[in-house]
Write a protein that binds this ligand. Structure first.
Ligand code: PLP
Length: 427
């Protein structure tokens, strides 16, 4: 496989960009590979500057649920481009976007658009604090909510310890009110609430975790979390940046039948453009400026080009029959194929997944929280990753991420990938 041009670009990139990238995982540091510089993508395929094509299982980390460069989205974006790229004033598209989300997701009576998932969660937490008049927040080990200071927390040794910053540059004061609980462990949540019954503004969670690899909520865990938040007057925030409009048109909230107080979106909602959003009950959302006193703003928020892409993608997802069934079937087929390939070759792995999201964990133990995820063998993941890349499959360059399938993937694509995995496991 040729990589010459990618290597040249990499040399230039590292001189002028930290690590040669604008987001760390792209540096391929966890898998010891040459990061491929991408030139173009179409449908389920992505092509690098050296002319190699790959079946894409990253899908821009989720946004490209219809596959790359869906013509219907491109068409609407082009139309908007003719009319201008940004006005810094209200547009029809923003109203349509908010109406669309409100009509699709019952718990979102009102919505505020922002420019990234990070911004969405940061703003939702501020709103929860403003609404409740409380400062402490609960987050779960292994869940990622973007890179805002208060959410960049490494787990303390015990559940009741205060958050220790997981990054240099984050003052301890910024994470002192971030309390960490264990995913799928309701007792760890309960003991925090018992210690601080009147001080917790919200619990924020990925209803299906995607950022420690895919980890599913155990039966009733989310319902119990809902109940406990209600009991103590804390808001429940579902961070649906990955799961929103993916696990179904109404996301994880709809799929599991749980009503969060606030929801955050990103990725899919922008159709490939940089977009995020948060929403919830009007009673809570009316605390946001200019109606209320929780300040939050954005020069490019609700950008018309981004709205054109996002609205078009959401409408297709809402209207086209069979899309979610198709994503379920493709995901199921992939997972079953991987499991069979592992069994046939006596390779010990765990495959977690739901719908279009999957992760192969290179370990024998069940993976149900951050601790168990960390037992996976990252060196073996690396080998698998290189084998996949070599054979034309572009998967996440880290053990602790999801494998995404899009509606543009075909049965044949999945079959080819499975047979490549068989070959890799056979070695
Ligand atoms: C990606 C992600 C974010 C951050 O979104 P950005 O657009 O990268 O800022 C937040 N929460 C979850 C669950 C994510 O997967």
């Amino acid at each position: 496989m040729k990589t010459k041009i990618s290597e040249e670009l990499r040399k230039r990139a590292v001189k002028v960009m930290p690590g040669g990238v604008n987001s760390p995982v792209r540096a391929f540091g966890a898998v010891n590979e040459i990061p491929r510089f991408i030139e173009k993508a179409k449908g389920a395929y992505i092509y690098d500057v050296d002319g190699n094509g790959y079946i894409d299982y990253v899908c821009s980390w989720g946004p490209m649920i219809l596959g790359h460069n869906d013509e219907r989205i491109v068409e609407e974006v082009k139309k908007q481009l003719e009319k201008g790229m940004s006005y810094g004033a209200s547009t029809r598209a923003e109203v349509e976007m908010a109406e669309l989300i409100a009509s699709l997701v019952p718990c979102c009576e009102q919505v505020r658009m922002v420019n990234s998932g990070t911004e969405a969660v940061m703003s939702a937490v501020r709103l929860a604090r403003g609404f409740t008049g409380r400062d402490k927040i609960i987050k779960f080990d292994g869940c990622y909510h973007g890179h805002s200071d208060m959410l960049l927390v490494k787990a303390g040794s015990g559940v009741l310890t205060q958050g220790i910053p997981g990054s240099a540059g984050v003052p301890e004061k910024c994470t002192a009110d971030t309390l960490t609980a264990k995913y799928n462990d309701i007792d760890s949540v309960r003991s925090i609430f018992e210690k601080y019954p009147d001080e917790i503004a919200c619990a924020v969670i990925e209803p299906v975790a995607g950022n420690m690899g895919v980890v599913l909520p155990e039966k009733d865990f989310l319902q119990k979390l809902r109940d406990i938040c209600t009991k103590y007057g804390a808001l429940l925030i579902f961070d649906e940046v990955i799961t929103g409009f993916r696990l179904g048109i109404d996301g994880a909230a709809g799929r599991f039948g749980i009503t969060p107080d606030l929801v955050t979106y990103g990725k899919i909602i922008g159709g490939g453009m940089p977009v995020g959003a948060y929403g919830g009950k009007s009673e809570i959302m009316k605390c946001v400026a200019p109606v209320g006193n929780v300040y939050q703003a954005g020069t490019l928020s609700g950008n018309p080009v981004a709205m054109a892409a996002g609205i078009t993608q959401l409408k297709i997802l809402a209207q086209e029959k069979g899309i979610y069934e198709r994503l379920e079937k493709l995901g199921e087929k992939l997972r079953n194929g991987i499991k069979k390939a592992a069994d046939d070759n006596n390779v010990k792995i765990r495959v977690n997944g739901i719908g279009s999201l999957s992760t192969i964990f290179f370990c024998e133990n069940e993976v149900k929280d951050y601790e168990s995820a960390l037992r996976a063998d990252t060196a073996r993941y690396s080998q698998y990753f290189s084998g996949m890349l070599e054979r034309g499959n572009y998967t996440a360059p880290s053990q602790f991420e999801a494998m995404f399938v899009s509606a543009a993937h075909t049965q044949e694509d999945i079959e080819k990938t499975i047979s490549d995995i068989e070959e890799i496991f056979g070695k």
